[in-house]
Design a protein around this ligand. Structure first.
Ligand code: SAH
Length: 244
């Protein structure tokens, strides 16, 4: 999924920023770098600042303009140092990370960064579905280009990691069906009557509270089997006591 998250740098003029952006990307697991109408070439300084991420520079895609760099993307998020006055859907950095991680599962998505001196122009901003600005110090909100790449790539990675954990949990945990859960409640109720803990003439408040407790705990199938085992053991010991 992270291979689908593309970083597009528009009109970048400093080779070192291209290298640092590549490094920022690779540390967060991103690999697809596009340069739209760059005003600098990848040079020795870019490679030096990319450090272990020079493979990203080697595979870079250069396009004439932003439109060409995002043509096949279903989601495009543009960054800006100021939240613009014009009314365009805005995301905060965290929401941007979540959207990129989510929609990156279907196909290519793009995160677009502007020129060092004046960001993205209005026409470019309007090619984006959403705008995001990192909530920086209002008196000085302009981050270095590669550092802005780092932060939103980090948010994307965090969103991706939490999706992966949720999926892994869902894959391994088996929960009882409603019928199995109900079977447990009936069994519990029988045993509680039998032991004298519940009395037939009492309003059944206690069972409701116990149901609420088990709903909150949401036992897994294996845990419910243990509870059924406990109930059976109580029944058995009760029978054997009576035998004596
Ligand atoms: N003076 C320019 C600053 C450009 S900084 C402007 O006002 O737009 C270069 C690029 O870094 C920006 O185009 C954006 O892509 C990114 N960037 C810098 N600060 C940012 C911030 N606070 N939030 C989001 N992106 C930021």
């Amino acid at each position: 999924m992270l291979e689908n998250v593309r970083i597009v740098l528009v009109g970048t003029s400093l080779p070192r920023n291209i290298g640092s952006a590549a490094r920022a990307m690779k540390t967060m697991g991103l690999s697809r770098l596009y340069l739209a109408a760059p005003r600098a070439e990848i040079d020795g300084e870019s490679v030096a600042l990319a450090a272990g991420a020079s493979d990203i520079l080697r595979d870079v895609v250069i396009t004439d303009d932003l439109a060409a760099a995002i043509a096949d993307c279903a989601l495009v998020i543009g960054t800006s140092a100021r939240s613009r006055t014009h009314d365009w859907p805005q995301l905060d950095a965290r929401q941007a990370g979540i959207k990129l991680a989510d929609e990156g599962r279907q196909g290519p998505v793009a995160l677009v960064f502007g020129r060092e001196n004046h960001g993205l122009n209005n026409e470019e901003l309007q090619l984006c579905h959403y705008h995001v600005s990192i909530p920086a110090n209002p008196q000085y909100s302009s981050l270095n280009l590669a550092q802005a790449v780092q932060l939103i790539s980090y948010e994307t990675r965090m969103a991706y990691l939490s999706q992966a954990t949720t999926e892994a949990e869902h894959a391994t945990i088996e929960y009882p069906t409603a019928a199995q859960q109900e079977g447990f409640y009936q069994h519990l109720e029988r045993v509680l009557y039998h032991t004298g803990f519940l009395k037939a003439d009492q309003p059944n408040q206690i069972m409701t509270k116990l149901r609420r407790l088990f709903s909150r705990a949401r036992p897994e199938s294996a845990e419910l089997n243990i509870l059924r085992g406990v109930l059976k053991a109580i029944e058995r010991s009760d029978n054997s006591n009576r035998d004596h």
